[in-house]
Ligand binder design. Structure first.
Ligand code: EPU
Length: 424
């Protein structure tokens, strides 16, 4: 099994371009099932989860052709709504995203229960209720069996702004008869990206970027070209790394317009990059300091649905806070397993109190020291790499397939910034 060996304590400097956003790439691949014409997706990150979903599409009968390292064409002309292999679906939560497109195009779908991260319980009720509202019939007996005798637009009030739930329902609604209105829709940049891909394929969607989407169904969709947006989780990681290693990193083609709230939260831990065009420049050569509330109280950084601070950036922000002077509370409302990786930071000499599964208190700065550790999930894995890069001495991180599920050639990109990281 591969691992990273990292010799920390060096400033990271230079320019880097983030890959495409995994959480847009996965639904975009699922959307290709909606048409019998080829769809070309650019800035596609060739990461573990994407390759797994590509294999699932191939198992259904699609052709997957990589034109270069980040451009892929999917042709779903010969796809049949058969059950995809269980062992592939067990690897990615995103296999649930096949349900909407398959029901919309073939009126039939069989999907094994989705797999994915170990960070907490993930309900699928929002997908379920919405699909039934659009005319689907679903049964759960180890796998999900679906049919859609009628495909009828509907007014849907989602009980929570689920990201993949919204994507699934939009992908189904685009081929339903009549109008669908989705209230309380998720509006993350990746949801916007998927809607824009569908519009390029001929779908009629308004309200994109808001929490009320209106979809006018069409008869069929055509092929299209679409570019996946930059991965804001990767961007956030580089900004924190510049500050943590006291280097200077320019993140190019970074999608800066989506960062307003993220920048507010990073500013609370003392990280304040400046914007040049569509790039961020983060000069970390000055000491960083936690910014307390106006009343002088300990600040809290909490995650929430967009535009609030994304849960997927929590682990990265926690590790950055270990290098900032002062005390800050992190409150992760969604996942009950996302904070447990902090025991590894504590072993590296960070001062952290795990209050309960949802809250940690971090006091910094702490001089971290390298240790051997294991990557529990994608985001915590990246946070551990960052901790190791800021620490004195050598760290070994195994289970790095967890990191490679979400970050493309992260070791190569970090080496280009001066990091001493080897994959063995
Ligand atoms: N929610 C919160 N707090 C948050 C974020 C979300 O309470 O900080 C709520 C959401 O509003 C929603 C519920 O939690 O009501 C469930 O989440 P959701 O259904 O949106 O999760 P998901 O669609 O299963 C996607 C991403 C996850 C990401 C979540 C939340 C994909 C393939 N997965 O999951 O990505 O954490 O949305 O943004 O898009 C990851 O990339 O590491 C990852 C786990």
């Amino acid at each position: 099994m591969s691992k990273f060996i990292i010799e920390g304590g060096r400033p990271l400097n230079g320019h880097v371009r983030p890959s495409g956003n995994k959480n847009e790439a996965l639904p975009a691949l699922a959307a290709c099932l909606l048409t019998d014409q080829p769809v070309t997706l650019k800035r596609m990150p060739k990461i573990g989860d994407v390759l797994t979903l590509c294999s699932i599409l191939e198992a259904l009968g699609a052709t997957v052709e990589w034109l270069d390292d980040e451009t892929v064409t999917i042709n779903a002309k010969n796809v049949k709504p058969i059950a995809p292999p269980l062992e592939l679906c067990a690897k990615v939560r995103a296999s649930i995203l096949l349900l909407g497109p398959l029901l919309a195009r073939f009126r039939k779908a069989t999907i094994p229960r989705p797999g994915g991260d170990v960070i907490g319980a993930r309900r699928i009720d929002t997908h379920w209720e919405g699909i039934i509202a659009l005319g689907g019939r679903l049964e759960l007996d180890g796998q999900i069996n679906g049919t859609a005798p009628s495909l009828q637009g509907a007014e849907i009030f989602m009980d929570e702004p689920s990201v993949t739930g919204t994507e699934n329902l939009v992908m189904m609604a685009v081929l339903c008869k009549g109008t669908t209105i989705i209230h309380n829709a998720a509006c993350e940049p990746h949801v916007v990206g998927v809607c824009n891909l569908l519009i390029a394929m001929g779908a009629q969607i308004s309200g994109v970027g808001s929490n009320r989407l209106q979809i006018q169904g069409v008869e069929s969709l055509n092929g299209a070209q679409h570019e996946i947006g930059p991965d804001f989780m990767e961007v956030g990681g580089y900004l924190c790394l510049a500050a943590m290693t006291k280097g200077k990193i320019t993140v190019e083609d970074a999608g800066v317009k989506d960062f307003r709230f993220i920048l507010r939260s990073l500013a609370r831990i003392g990280i304040a990059p400046h914007i040049e065009g569509n790039s961020f420049v983060c000069d970390g050569t000055k000491e960083i300091e936690i910014q307390s509330d106006i009343s002088g109280r300990t600040p809290t950084i909490y995650s929430g649905p967009w535009p609030a601070f994304p849960t997927d950036l929590m682990s990265v922000a926690i590790v950055a806070a270990t290098q900032s002077a002062g005390t800050v509370i992190f409150f992760e409302k969604m996942f009950e397993g996302r904070m447990f990786f902090t025991d590894k930071l504590i072993s590296m000499a960070a001062t952290i109190i795990l209050c309960d599964p949802h809250r940690v208190v971090v006091s910094g700065p702490s001089k971290l020291r390298g240790i051997r550790m294991s990557s529990p999930d994608i985001r915590a894995g990246m946070a551990l790499v960052m901790a190791a890069l800021a620490a004195d001495g050598k760290s070994e991180i195994d289970h790095i397939f967890q990191i490679e599920r979400g970050y493309y050639q992260i070791d190569r990109k970090l080496r280009s910034l001066g990091a001493q990281i080897e994959k063995v």
